[in-house]
Design a protein around this ligand. Structure first.
Ligand code: IPM
Ligand code: MG
Length: 369
């Protein structure tokens, strides 16, 4: 075994984040021993917690720690306490988006997986997702309307006018398309590219570039959907999708829809990756897909699975520890199969028991060791 060591910037954040991060750390402790690896943690403030302590959502010290790290393990940021701040100072805008941009994390991978034993939790009719739902959303994360300039509210002819700019370079479309095609090769070989080519110039170019990239991946079956139709097809025939590729805003919206189809946001992880470092590994930020769930924070009932699966993604994409990542994925599945359910996924089925955050984490840890 490797005896390698990795530096992890741990940015925990707000709401339920401290509780679920604690469980993720327990998992990392086991991996460390089992796979003869050393993890060096650099814990830093981010989001609302950082605003309270320093006045800034992303203090310079936090950014510096991330720069020195091999990967960022992120919790979630934001909550009602900081919602009345000016938009530019709010945790999401002032911490999350700058982190993505600063590190060029253009590739956002969001697996939406509904385990066969959890299909009841889905709001979609059970026959439509029978056997489970397993779709990977590949979302472009550093372009489009989120970052295009100009971006402002200005006064024209005596009234306020808001402007956001949707802009994509062909090279930005190409690099995210390549990630999506490669992901499809490693899965079921099907890719659905999303655009709005019937209205937007961005959509026309998007489709053109994706078609061009497709020539390098003849083994992947590509189709295109307009975003409005995609939103509909996802609930109508969820099981027929494999990999979905979308620009930033469309990916934001559709990935929430996919998450809801699984019925349990507390189970979903995500990875935001930059360019490959050449060795097949990526610098990245790994975080649960769900938010800070302020309504249940501090009660010990949050589902830690999303944060734990984010650890697995970090091991896989940033450290190349595929075996350890597989072990975590399997431990989570075994724990669900054994009937452990946090409140968000508990429906009173026979053979299941409702547990809290710590018990869920412990159950996963004992499967792992
Ligand atoms: C997400 C979130 C963020 C986004 C917000 C919090 C800025 O919704 O990661 O999907 O829109 O990208
Ligand atoms: Mg979102």
């Amino acid at each position: 075994m490797s005896n390698a060591s990795y530096k992890i910037a741990v940015l925990t954040g707000d709401g339920i984040a401290p509780e679920v991060m604690a469980e993720a750390r327990k998992v990392l402790d086991i991996i460390e021993k089992k796979f003869d690896t050393t993890f060096n943690y650099d814990e830093q403030l981010v989001g609302g917690a950082a605003i309270d302590a320093t006045g800034q959502a992303l203090p310079a010290e936090t950014l510096a720690a991330c720069e020195k790290a091999d990967a960022i393990l992120f919790g979630s940021v934001g909550g009602p306490k900081w919602e009345s701040l000016p938009p530019a100072e709010q945790p999401e805008r002032a911490a999350l988006l700058p982190l993505r941009k600063h590190f060029g994390l253009f590739a956002n991978l969001r697996p939406s997986i509904c385990f066969p034993s959890l299909t009841q939790a889905s709001p979609v009719k059970e026959d439509r997702i029978e056997g489970g739902f397993d779709v990977l959303c590949v979302r472009e994360l550093t372009g489009g309307l989120y970052f295009g300039e100009p971006k402002e509210i200005r006064t024209e002819d005596g009234e306020q006018v808001a402007i956001d700019t949707m802009v994509y370079k062909a090279s930005e479309i190409e690099r995210i398309a390549r990630i999506a095609f490669k992901a499809a090769q490693g899965r079921d070989g099907r890719l659905t590219s999303i655009d709005k080519a019937n209205v937007l110039q961005n959509g026309v170019l998007w489709r053109q570039v994706v078609e061009q990239v497709a020539k390098d991946f003849p083994d992947v079956k590509l189709d295109h959907l307009y975003v409005d139709n995609a939103a509909m097809q996802l609930v109508a025939r969820p099981k027929t999708f494999d990999v979905v590729l979308a620009e930033n805003l469309f990916g934001d919206i559709l990935s929430d829809e996919m998450a809801m189809i699984t019925g349990s946001l507390g189970m979903l992880s995500s990875a935001s990756l930059g360019e490959s470092k050449g060795d097949g590994l990526y610098f990245g930020m790994f975080e649960p897909s769900g938010g800070t769930a302020p309504d249940i924070a501090g009660q010990g009932i949050a589902n830690p699975v999303a944060q734990i699966l984010s650890v697995a993604m970090m091991l896989r994409f940033s450290f190349g520890m595929n075996e350890a990542a597989d072990a975590i994925d399997a431990a989570v599945k075994a724990t669900i199969d054994a009937g452990y359910r946090t409140g968000d996924i508990y429906s009173g089925d026979e053979g299941t028991q409702k547990v809290g955050t710590v018990e869920m984490g412990d159950a996963i840890c004992s499967q792992l060791s």
